[in-house]
Design a protein around this ligand. Structure first.
Ligand SMILES: *[C@@H]1O[C@H](CO)[C@@H](O)[C@H](O)[C@H]1NC(C)=O
Ligand SMILES: *[C@@H]1O[C@H](CO)[C@@H](O)[C@H](O)[C@H]1NC(C)=O
Length: 622
């Protein structure tokens, strides 16, 4: 129907970054928080600087409503079970906040379905009626907890546009599998949270629903692609929200909004009904304000009793802190480099993030944990993880799990539009409709990856790289008897302004001279590169942990990463065992919970900090 000329000119590495200024299709109904379509990246940055609104003042709420809003999910569940609150009272407090903060765009479709919160309240009333008629246990285990769903997921009762302007009015014919489970467990679907178009960036903007603001600081992005979910949790619109992570989309919003972000072992939650990006990377997950709430929701939907696994004593924990590839991220000589990452330079997190990382290591040491500062072992002079990631050969060519994993992206999008929406739209229509909000948000560029990725290389990644990657990954765990690995969360803290102009700051180390300098050169590819995108091809559990604010008041997170598969497992068999997948992450979650508690006890400056949005007079936290 409509084709842009851009595909022909793609230099591989520039794909995700450089297409923001070409305009091939006029979008309509531009949300006022989304920049005009015809600006350069620099002009977009200037536009954000001038046009980002102030964060709204607090809503007027009763003492009860404030108490409900502050509750954790676990506190709500126990209060509802004890009859101290009704589902409707609780849902009314949360939906009141969602409406009040609608200019922050945590949720979608305020223009074309403004009364969607009424349907949440109606479902809450039904839940109360069921509890009254059939007894309180009839609404176990979620007791009518309202849970926001990522805007990409298919839902019958709420619009399912995946953030795409031309799909802005469509509802799905069926619910996504995970939503069916939540409903079956007596949870409520609490609307749809904002996303970039088909999750195609780390910035939660789309021209139809606007850009999501961050409750800590109006100049910051809320991360993405689950940025609406991250901001909703940070702003106390709900204690937990469902996210999805392909290359960081659960963890980047957790980092930016100061939440915990749980990206499970792939296959832990069913992904059907959430449009796929890459066959082996996509995984639904959760954002929450505590690991206790993640365990509460996870055990409810996955049917297990979290008390069956006891956390190890902190004094017995062995925590890996390897420098490569997370503190110093680089591609070894001769390695696959589809995004043109500069060599022999290593990307490092910004100074404030490194300072938090060092403080966390010190606190864990003080708490009695053993920090293991060992690298992955070397073979033939090369770190085995680097070899398995960048230097494996398909025939004579090196292939990494970057890039070619996206060869099915647009096909999966087309299938989802057909299966769930039954809509008459083509990939070309979606592609043409996508609009850039600056260098860090060029969904059209991301979507174009499918057209230039190689199916043969995807096949190689599926068959060879994953298994080799899992074995290499587990060597550090098994040889050093590690419980978990601690790494910095991300490279830097993105503002809308630096995101749009590619000028966020991180550190770069010259591996020849050893010199480390700060550079204002951020692109999302650099940020994704090792911190959130890497190791996604290996099914393993990951947790973004909020560790307070940097000196400028911006949230910082660190990540805990677990072993691939249960102790002693070999190969990827565990990742096809649906019963095992439900509980395979439980020891990791318990370890994360114990390690975080001990870390914060040893150094309270590493505790999660409440966003400025919810602090101050007449607010949730005075
Ligand atoms: C789908 O859309 C195209 C282009 O707008 C139109 O020509 C075609 O008739 C439509 N097909 C159906 C089945 O609606
Ligand atoms: C890295 O350091 C080496 C040795 O000092 C120097 O020759 C080289 O130009 C540096 N590279 C960059 C990109 O700064």
């Amino acid at each position: 129907m409509f084709r842009c000329g851009v595909l022909l000119q793609l230099a591989l590495y520039s794909v995700a970054e450089e297409l923001g200024t070409e305009t091939c299709a006029p979008g309509t109904r531009r949300h006022p928080s989304f920049p005009p379509f015809d600006l350069s990246h620099g002009e977009t940055a200037a536009w954000f600087k001038k046009n980002l609104p102030a964060l709204p003042p607090p809503p007027t709420m009763t003492a009860e409503e404030k108490m409900y809003a502050r509750w954790s999910a676990a506190e709500y569940i126990s209060a509802r079970r004890a009859g101290k609150v009704t589902c409707e009272e609780y849902a009314a407090a949360l939906t009141k906040r969602a409406r009040h903060y609608k200019s922050m765009n945590q949720f979608m479709n305020w223009d074309n379905d403004p009364d969607w919160p009424e349907r949440v309240l109606a479902a809450a009333r039904k839940m109360d009626a069921k509890a009254k008629a059939e007894g309180i246990t009839s609404i176990a285990p979620l007791y009518g907890l309202p849970i926001p769903m990522k805007g990409t997921m298919a839902t019958k009762d709420f619009i399912s546009s995946a953030g795409v302007g031309i799909l802005h009015d469509f509802r799905a014919k069926d619910d996504a599998e995970f939503i069916k489970i939540v409903i079956d467990k007596n949870g409520l679907v609490f609307g749809k949270t904002n996303v970039p178009e088909f999750a195609a960036s780390l910035v939660s903007c789309n021209y139809a629903d606007g850009c999501t603001l961050n409750p800590h600081d109006r100049t910051l992005t809320s991360g993405g692609s689950s940025g609406g979910a991250g901001s909703a949790v940070g702003a106390y619109l709900s204690p937990v929200a469902v996210t999805e992570d392909t290359g960081g989309s659960t963890r980047a919003p957790a980092f930016s909004n100061g939440n915990f972000g749980y990206d499970p072992t792939r296959g832990h939650f069913p992904n059907a009904g959430n449009p796929g990006m890459a066959l082996i990377l996509d995984q639904l997950g959760l954002n929450a304000r505590s690991i206790e709430d993640i365990l509460a929701i996870d055990s409810a939907v996955s049917d297990y009793d979290p008390s069956t696994v006891k956390a190890k004593e902190v004094g017995k924990l062995r925590i890996g802190v390897p420098r490569y590839p997370f503190v110093e991220s680089y591609i070894p000589a001769g390695g696959d480099n589809p995004f043109g990452i500069e060599a022999p330079m290593a990307y490092m997190p910004s100074k404030p993030i490194m300072a938090k990382y060092e403080a966390a290591k010190e606190a864990l040491r003080k708490a009695g944990a053993t920090l293991v500062a060992k690298e992955w072992p070397s073979e033939e002079g090369q770190n085995v993880l680097a070899r398995a990631f960048f230097q494996m050969k398909m025939g004579k060519e090196v292939v990494s799990p970057h890039f070619h994993v996206f060869s099915t992206y647009m096909g999966q999008v087309a299938q989802w539009m057909y299966d769930y929406l039954g809509v008459n739209a083509t990939i070309a229509d979606v592609f043409a409709d996508a609009q850039s909000a600056g260098a860090g948000h060029s969904p059209r560029g991301f979507m174009a990856l499918s057209s230039v990725a190689s199916e043969a290389k995807l096949n190689f990644i599926l068959q060879e790289l994953r298994a080799a990657g899992a074995d290499a990954w587990n060597r550090l765990f098994d040889e050093e008897n590690l419980d978990v690995i601690l790494i910095p969360g991300y490279l830097h803290t993105p503002t809308y302004e630096c995101m749009a102009s590619s000028t966020c700051e991180h550190q770069v180390k010259n591996l020849t001279s050893g010199e480390v300098v700060s550079r204002a050169e951020f692109t999302s590819v650099q940020s994704l590169f090792m911190h959130t995108f890497s190791m996604k091809h290996i099914p393993l559990p990951k947790m973004m942990v909020p560790v307070g604010l940097d000196p400028q008041g911006r949230p910082v997170g660190l990540q805990l990463l677990g072993r691939a598969g249960p102790p002693g497992s070999r190969g990827l068999g565990y990742s096809y065992d649906t019963e095992l997948l439900k509980v395979v992450d439980l020891p990791f979650l318990k370890t994360a919970q114990a390690a975080v508690a001990a870390m914060v006890a040893a150094d309270p400056s590493l505790a999660r900090v409440e966003p400025s949005l919810v602090r101050g007079k007449d607010n949730l936290f005075e």
